[in-house]
Design a protein around this ligand. Structure first.
Ligand SMILES: [Zn+2]
Length: 329
């Protein structure tokens, strides 16, 4: 072991570590720690973080959240009425591609209709057309805007294999930050470490809309991680909620033995203000069994209601438009 290496909480080898955001910073996470080696970190980034981020970062864009680095990524939407593709950058809608229509009568140009995303782009397209067709007429232009409220449709997934592993990593990473290393590195957490790295036939995480209502305050699109020890059953259970909308549970350990009862471990952040929010220290999360964690019995209606509520919170935070239309399969 050289001075530059430390133990990685994922592969458990002594390696060079890199900085890990407990909640991806692309989603507004701020808490970070040097807990995983460069290799594990980049594997996670490419394999599981990217899947979660790809699907739900448009909520961050819509809320215009603060990020440690990088910019919120504009996302594509389709206008509900005619399917026109637009992008939304958190402030305004823009056409995804310029539209150029040229109508000819034989070799002669009858008319040219250009819809561009900016004046600069319009000038460029027009001057190219003029050059190509030897036109001398001035091209008249007018501005088209898509201000809110705009009825748009966008699709996302919030529950699949990679997202479940990513959620397990989010909860496990907080555990790495909060618990003494020898406890985290004990065999009790081997199963979840392997699940995060390689996946497993039987999932340890799931989207969960039963017994997770406490994870959202119903007002703000907060990110929250809560970890509860059930000492009687030796279970360590992680609860994760993103944007006050997407709620998950993960089985961090089914064989954790501790002489001490811990208080719940909590981490809550407002991704819009980047402020941490103190939890109530005497709060006790519901005591769940393994099946409650990995195969919750929630109805489709229950999930849809919770998503609708979450979307309402997000829309209210961004009052200039209602950008979400919920159609869940
Ligand atoms: Zn590693």
């Amino acid at each position: 072991m050289t001075q530059n290496t430390k133990i990685c909480f994922s592969c458990c080898n002594n390696k060079r570590l890199s900085e890990e955001h407990v909640i991806p910073q692309a989603l507004g996470g701020k808490l970070s720690a040097w807990i995983y080696c460069v290799d594990c970190n980049s594997q996670f980034g490419a394999e599981i973080d990217s899947e979660l981020i790809k699907n739900i970062q448009f909520f961050g864009t819509a809320l215009d959240i603060k990020r440690v680095r990088g910019k919120n990524k504009p996302y594509d939407v389709a206008l509900a009425k005619n399917g026109t593709k637009l992008t939304f950058d958190g402030r305004e809608f823009k056409r995804k591609k310029p539209i150029v229509k040229i109508e000819k009568d034989g070799d002669k140009i009858k008319y040219v209709d250009v819809t561009a995303r900016s004046e600069g782009e319009l000038r460029k397209i027009c001057s190219n057309i003029k050059k190509k067709y030897d036109l001398f007429d001035e091209i008249k232009s007018f501005e088209e805007k898509h201000p809110g409220p705009t009825d748009t449709v966008t699709e996302y997934e919030f529950d699949n294999e990679q997202i479940r592993r990513c959620v397990a990593k989010i909860a496990y990473s907080l555990l790495c930050v909060k618990l003494p290393s020898d406890q985290v590195l004990s065999n009790a957490f081997d199963e979840v470490r392997n699940y995060i790295r390689f996946g497993a036939k039987n999932h340890l995480s799931s989207a969960n809309y039963v017994n997770t209502g406490f994870m959202t305050d119903g007002i703000r699109p907060l990110h929250k991680i809560h970890i509860r020890l059930n000492r009687r059953k030796n279970l360590v259970i992680g609860f994760v909620c993103l944007f006050g909308t997407f709620r998950y549970t993960t089985l961090l350990s089914r064989e954790f033995r501790s002489a001490l009862d811990w208080p719940g471990i909590d981490h809550t952040i407002d991704p819009i203000t980047s402020k941490f929010i103190e939890g109530n220290p005497s709060f006790r999360a519901p005591e769940l069994d393994i099946s409650d964690v990995i195969s919750p019995k929630h109805s489709k209606q229950q999930v849809l209601r919770a998503l609708a509520k979450g979307h309402e919170i997000i829309s209210n935070y961004h009052s200039s438009h209602k950008f979400l239309k919920i159609e869940t399969e």
